[in-house]
Design a protein around this ligand. Structure first.
Ligand code: PMP
Length: 386
């Protein structure tokens, strides 16, 4: 008798982003505005530090939590730059990308049947991570008219006795929305009273443009409830190195480290040496890339609004999330027709949750020339639909 694979896994939906890009890959001459990673290569001095480490025999396992030198550098960086204070010995785990962080944070917190609050739209990996851990996703709609921020009244409405945690991601993929210190301040009493865990994916922290980056981990009242996920992929253009980290109090960190040590053992050693160099000498690169993204954002948002797609100014990440409702097309129809008629690939908003319907995600992790060319094509396309 043949046995079936896990029901939970069978029921997981494949990523809506992948589905669309498999389609786009089959068409020649496509201009993509779809990817979710920096177009820059990793700065060379960062690569060199990894090469140097390998050539000097650094080819072995590290401590489960990662090299202490790296954890100290992460601790100092977060303390100085974001006012988040974590002990390198007990409160930091170096992971295989933010992606591993999402998975082990969920598995550490969730018992079967626990409710986890997710934003809608949000990053595609959260709901599957909750489901794989046996949890139930409860969503809050983030609205365009509120700049895709999380509002206190909306949060209050969904918290129940069953709520174990909430996952947030600001600056946000896909909307580019951010939360300011004042925005978070209004959530703090609700979060404190409910005692729920807060998993805060801050992978785009360095790509904050118009105001300083803020985080719930800056508030002493709730800091103990927070798990911060961050990493090197976006800020330092290091997606392929697969390096991230988790910051939390000692108890949670010890629990997460149990899963990490059995499943991963430790993050790749060469990548850890690269990350040490990134934190020590990479900030000039970050500033330069951020300025480039900012110029691209300004051009793209101006062009989109001028051609008739309403588009809020996103204050972080390298994504914009314009509404396409005026065209009368669904997100998937819009993207499919744009691909077919003009060979431009974007991601339908509903790939990020039901509330993303009526929007598309455009990435500006591309050169200005590439973005201009794609905008010309979108403008031509819209002539038939607006
Ligand atoms: N969180 C968000 C919001 C992301 O957009 C991504 C990458 N697209 C990740 C986490 C995962 O990043 P990585 O595993 O490369 O650190």
């Amino acid at each position: 008798m043949t046995k079936e694979i896990s029901k939970t896994v069978k029921e997981l939906k494949p990523s809506g982003i992948r589905k669309f890009f498999d389609l786009a890959n089959e068409i020649e001459g496509v201009i993509s505005l779809g990817v979710g990673e920096p177009d820059f290569d990793t700065p060379w001095h960062i690569c060199e530090n990894a090469i140097h480490a390998i050539s000097h025999g650094k080819t072995h396992y590290t401590a489960n939590r990662g090299l202490l030198e790296l954890r100290k550098a992460i601790s100092e960086f977060h303390s100085l730059r974001y006012g988040q204070h974590y002990d390198p010995e007990n409160e930091i785990i170096v992971t295989v990308g933010g992606s591993e962080g999402i998975d082990i944070a969920m598995r550490t917190l969730i018992d079967p049947g626990d409710e986890v609050i997710c934003m809608d739209p949000n990053y595609v990996a959260y709901a599957p991570a909750v489901q794989l851990a046996g949890g139930k996703v409860v969503t809050i709609e983030l609205k365009e008219e509120n700049d895709f921020k999380l509002l206190p009244d909306d949060l209050k409405k969904v918290i129940t006795d069953k709520t174990k945690a909430m996952i947030i991601n600001f600056p946000s993929n896909p909307t580019g929305g951010v939360m300011t210190y004042e925005d978070y301040e209004k959530l703090v009493p609700i979060l404190k009273e409910s005692g729920i865990f807060i998993v805060s994916d801050e992978i785009y922290a360095e790509l904050s443009y118009d105001q300083p980056f803020s985080s719930l981990a800056q508030f002493d009242e709730v800091k103990d409830q927070v798990i911060v996920i961050n990493g090197f992929s976006k800020a330092f253009a290091m997606t392929g190195w697969r390096l991230g980290y988790l910051l939390s109090n000692k108890n949670i960190s010890q629990a997460m480290n149990k899963i990490h040590q059995y499943v991963i053992m430790c993050a790749p050693v060469a990548a850890q040496y690269a990350a040490i160099e990134a934190l020590a000498h990479g900030m000039n690169d970050v500033v330069k890339m951020r300025n480039d993204y900012l110029n691209r954002r300004n051009l793209l948002v101006q062009r989109l609004n001028r051609m008739g797609l309403t588009c809020n100014m996103p204050h972080g990440t390298f994504y914009v999330f314009p509404s396409i409702k005026k065209t009368g097309l669904t997100s998937e129809e819009f993207c499919a027709k744009l691909l077919e008629e003009e060979k431009v690939a974007c991601v339908p908003g509903n790939a990020f949750g039901e509330c993303g319907e009526g929007f598309i995600r455009i990435s500006y992790a591309y050169s200005l020339d590439h973005i201009k060319q794609a905008c010309d094509r979108i403008e031509h396309f819209l002539k038939n639909y607006l």
